[in-house]
Design a protein around this ligand. Structure first.
Ligand SMILES: [Zn+2]
Length: 398
């Protein structure tokens, strides 16, 4: 099976795999990448931001056609998110080489570094540093749970953090990027598949990405009056935890009303004592959906309900994948190919925002569950993904 040689790497006793950037399991996958590439006669390099590249015909004229994904995972994540795209690319090159096919433009397999942000908290770090979307000064000082900085983790893994930073000449060399990825969620479909959810609903092994939904993160701080839990009458309290709870319920109610996704996955209560009324409570809102106005409307509703302003921590506009490249990818796959929105961010989205023509292929995940040990693709669907990627490379790189 496509990924079976990796299945033991970073296996978590609690289930799933944990492969954080620059830690032992991920370094093992990096050496697997280098070994696999070398066995296929590809030229391997690590760029300044720690992204791995395997080149076929690097000296050919023209811009490169690039395929790949990432190798790192979230904590106790699935085996497919990331490695499926990289392993599929190697499988394609292996069969194309065996068939005697040769690219007429440079072809590269990439494994972007630290896509999940599972260790240092910032997603798509390898691609964002490459495109200049994140400055080295905002990345190298990020710390993991044990207080190790990104710079220290890179150094320990033998990568010089002084090399980190925007790489415009490498970016200019990428003529197009196609990322194959496990399907995540059971997203609403359009066109011939309207009314269906996900590739399972469409009864198709492979689909293409249409867009990445706009996505915002906000923090809401609520102030209280700290006091003794045993001596303060209920009527005299200013308890921010109650307001926080109301805010959480309002986020869910508004998301349902507006038809978008919104989540409170993190809260903070200070000082956090069992026997004290809190002095402050904070909640973080993650909201995304097809319509950016509705995403902002949700936050406005929550602000009105709580009577405080939310602080915007990040905003990413809708990322539309390249229509012409996506049409080429669909044509290469053949037949009626469902196009799905993505609620999750990807390196392909980062490259798209930097102006690289980009498309994505999704391989059916029957339940849609991801970032979980339950994440799954049937072998036959994974092979359909390989066949699709083969057709795309034959069409785009010769
Ligand atoms: Zn991924």
């Amino acid at each position: 099976m496509l990924l079976s040689e990796l299945s033991g790497v970073g296996r978590d006793p609690a289930g799933g795999v944990t492969r954080f950037a620059w830690a032992a399991a991920e370094l093992e996958l990096r050496s697997w990448f280098a070994t696999r590439a070398a066995a296929l006669g590809l030229d391997v390099e690590t760029d300044g931001n720690g992204n791995l590249w395997a080149w076929w015909g690097a000296s050919l004229p023209g811009t490169a056609f690039v395929v790949g994904s990432h190798l790192d995972s979230v904590r106790s994540g699935g085996e497919f998110d990331g490695p499926l795209g990289v392993a599929s690319a190697f499988a394609v090159v292996e069969s194309l080489r065996a068939s005697g096919w040769m690219p007429t433009r440079p072809l590269a397999i990439v494994a972007f570094a630290d896509e999940e942000g599972g260790r240092f908290g910032l997603a798509c770090l390898g691609s964002r540093l490459l495109t200049g979307a994140v400055a080295p000064s905002n990345a190298l000082g990020l710390v993991d749970d044990s207080g190790t900085t990104l710079a220290e983790a890179m150094t320990a893994a033998g990568h010089d953090p002084a090399r980190v930073g925007a790489d415009p000449s490498r970016l200019a060399k990428i003529g197009a990027f196609v990322e194959l990825h496990i399907e995540q969620g059971r997203m609403p479909l359009a066109d011939a598949f309207t009314g269906e959810r996900g590739l399972a609903g469409a009864d198709r092994p492979v689909g293409v990405a249409r867009e990445i939904w706009p996505h915002g993160r906000w923090r809401i701080d609520l102030a209280g009056v700290p006091d003794h839990a045993g001596t303060t009458a209920l009527a005299d309290r200013v308890d921010p935890v109650l307001a926080m709870a109301e805010g959480i319920v309002e986020v869910r109610r508004a998301a349902s009303e507006l038809g978008i996704l919104a989540t409170v996955g993190r809260v903070r209560v200070l000082p956090g004592a069992v026997n004290a009324i809190a002095s402050s409570a904070s909640l973080w809102v993650d909201a995304r959906g097809q319509d950016p106005d509705r995403v902002r409307e949700l936050v406005a509703l929550v602000e009105r309900r709580l009577g405080v302003a939310a602080a915007l921590e990040s905003w990413t506009d809708v990322t539309r994948f390249d229509a012409a490249l996506t049409a080429d990818v669909s044509a290469a796959v053949g037949g009626e190919v469902p196009s799905l929105p993505s609620g999750a961010g990807h390196d392909a989205g980062v490259l798209s925002l930097a102006g690289v023509p980009t498309a994505m292929l999704f391989v059916r995940n029957p339940t849609g569950v991801s970032h979980s040990p339950e994440e799954h693709a049937e072998e036959s669907d994974a092979l359909a993904g390989v066949a699709a990627l083969t057709a795309v490379i034959r069409r785009m790189a010769s």
